[in-house]
Design a protein around this ligand. Sequence first.
Ligand code: AMP
Length: 103
Amino acid sequence: MSDCVFCKIIAGELPADVSFEDDKVVVFASIDPKAKTHLLIVPRKHIRTIAEMEEGDEILVGHMVKIGKEVAAKLGLKGYKLNFNVGEGGGQEVFHIHLHLLS
Ligand code: AMP
């Protein structure tokens, strides 16, 4: 999506503090951290919101959760939150799904 900030980060067109990437996801620091550790696990595939997931996307979303727990383990985090904000009413501001890792 040409006007999507996360698609631009994934394409290398905008800078970000990337800490992990694979063929399905990119992990980078939130530009406005709400905790000491605040990372975003972002799929390369542009999906607007969790509410608009299509059949088969659950595999990708499961992979995002797996990467979240692996990154948390690598960082030695004892406890953390993994959360999706869904839709404007759910506090979503960037309409490209992302899993917040907060600790
Ligand atoms: P949400 O409210 O769930 O859509 O969360 C959006 C997240 O993206 C927030 O943590 C923002 O600080 C973060 N964010 C927005 N723009 C950028 C950017 N250019 N680079 C890194 N994080 C960003």
